[in-house]
Design a protein around this ligand. Structure first.
Ligand code: SF4
Length: 433
């Protein structure tokens, strides 16, 4: 481990610097066109970006020491204390998992060695898609395909709040890969309470709002499927939406050259939301018999798409996976860390949260090791706290984009915070087990 990796503070190589083409790690879109200026150890987003990116890059740097039982210690001492807790645990649980590809590979290796369980903080949300993929499959597109080909977007979540530049980069682009003046696009907002302010610009044609509770989107899509198949529906409104509006939407779908239904799994936060995703995916399949239509799932914030991809590459399963028997076993219900904590099955929590200050570990009495960002909010002092660098700010790395088709390289913005890389901390931790 080098001096920097061991936590020693060093001065930045130059007083100020501007980085172009920076990839943003703060949501699943992974915009790669940011410009970040650094003055000393202070960062500023000077081109592109959004409020979420500014909040992530520009937050003041604090430089905490590792702690054991609330007492400041050296990094090797903190690693030794963490290794002792994990090594003595009956079933260690590795949660949060907000890290880059290297960090996730390293945590998989430790979970395997210590016979623990891995579960991302957003597994419940990601699971809404995975259940559908496992049971009936789906037809999905990518951000690039949607940006260049789609002429109809059905927005079935509050996309702008979760991914502030989705409209700017994917929907409102004035040119496409195939045309300097592509035709206007129709935007249909399906649901209510969404921030629709970004659906503006010369590329945008009709903007239609279909108001219904998110919990009832599945009913609307089910009605679309029924009408599409020529099966009669009872007269009257459906989920509070006039029948004429649903028929109009179906006609627009039939006329589209390339329609896309967009949703954000964490925003469909109600019981059995996988059934809504299922209806959307089946509608897309129905339409594809005669035309081109696709789903586009966003999400992937806090490294969620990276965690599920790496877990699948290495274990053969998406999250949640247990290595308790010495081989990977997948069960999305059984291996949910909140349930393992509540039932007393796990006796040690390792929480990985390296991007933002807000993905805090759950309040629990079981011994907790936190490997986290320098300003991570902690409701309770953990048994061990090891501050680490943020991938894409303090060191290079890679993150999988929300459409899971590419991994974007992350830059070291050279603020020389002296914060170790998660992968180095975890390598030392595994060696100490
Ligand atoms: S939309 Fe997401 S990836 Fe793009 S700049 Fe904002 S937070 Fe970063």
């Amino acid at each position: 481990m080098t001096a920097v990796q061991a936590g020693a503070q060093t001065a930045p190589a130059s007083a100020s610097q501007t980085h172009a083409h920076v990839t943003c790690p703060f949501c699943g879109l992974r915009c790669d066109d940011l410009e970040i200026a650094r003055a000393g150890q202070t960062l500023k987003v000077t081109r592109n970006g959004c409020d979420k990116a500014k909040a992530g890059f520009e937050r003041p740097l604090t430089q905490p020491m590792p702690r054991v039982g609330g007492k400041e210690v050296s990094l090797p001492e903190a690693i030794a204390a963490a290794a002792a807790l994990i090594g003595n645990a009956r079933l260690p649980a590795f949660g949060g998992l907000a890290t880059d590809v290297d960090g996730m590979r390293a945590i998989m290796s430790i979970a395997d060695k210590s016979r623990g369980v891995v579960d991302h903080a957003f597994s419940e949300a990601q699971g809404r898609n995975i259940k559908v993929l496992q049971t009936s499959g789906y037809i999905m597109t990518t951000l690039t395909e949607a940006r260049n080909r789609a002429d109809l977007f059905i927005i079935a979540s509050d996309v702008h709040t979760f991914h502030p530049r989705f409209f700017e980069r994917i929907v409102c682009n004035e040119k496409s890969m195939f045309s300097e003046a592509p035709p206007k696009r129709t935007i249909v907002f399906l649901g209510e309470g969404y921030d629709t302010s970004a659906a503006v610009g010369t590329r945008i044609g009709d903007v239609i709002q279909i108001n219904c509770a998110k919990q009832r989107i599945g009913e609307i899509v089910s009605a679309l499927r029924t009408l599409h198949k020529g099966v009669p529906l009872p007269a009257g409104d459906i989920a509070g939406v006039p029948r004429s509006q649903i028929e109009d939407l179906l006609a627009r779908c039939h006329k589209a050259d390339y329609g896309v239904v967009v949703w954000v799994p964490p925003d469909l936060d109600f019981p059995n939301a996988d059934l809504t995703v299922h209806q959307i995916c089946e509608f897309v399949k129905d339409l594809n018999v005669k035309q081109r239509f696709a789903g586009l799932s966003l999400g992937g914030n806090e490294g969620a798409s990276t965690a599920v991809s790496v877990c699948t590459w290495q274990s053969g399963y998406p999250l949640r996976v247990s290595f308790a028997t010495g081989q990977p076993k997948y069960d999305a219900n059984l291996f949910a860390i909140p349930k393992l904590i509540a039932s007393g099955q796990t006796d040690c929590l390792v929480w990985l949260s390296t991007f933002t200050a807000d993905l805090s570990p759950p309040a629990t009495d079981i011994p907790t090791v936190v490997i986290g960002s320098h300003d991570l909010k902690l409701a309770k002092e953990p048994a061990v706290y090891i501050p680490v660098g943020t991938p894409g700010i303090d060191h290079k790395g890679q993150l999988v984009r929300c459409d899971s088709v590419v991994s974007l390289p992350l830059r070291d913005l050279e603020r020389a915070a002296g914060l170790p890389r998660t992968v180095d901390v975890l390598a030392a931790l595994e060696a100490a087990l």
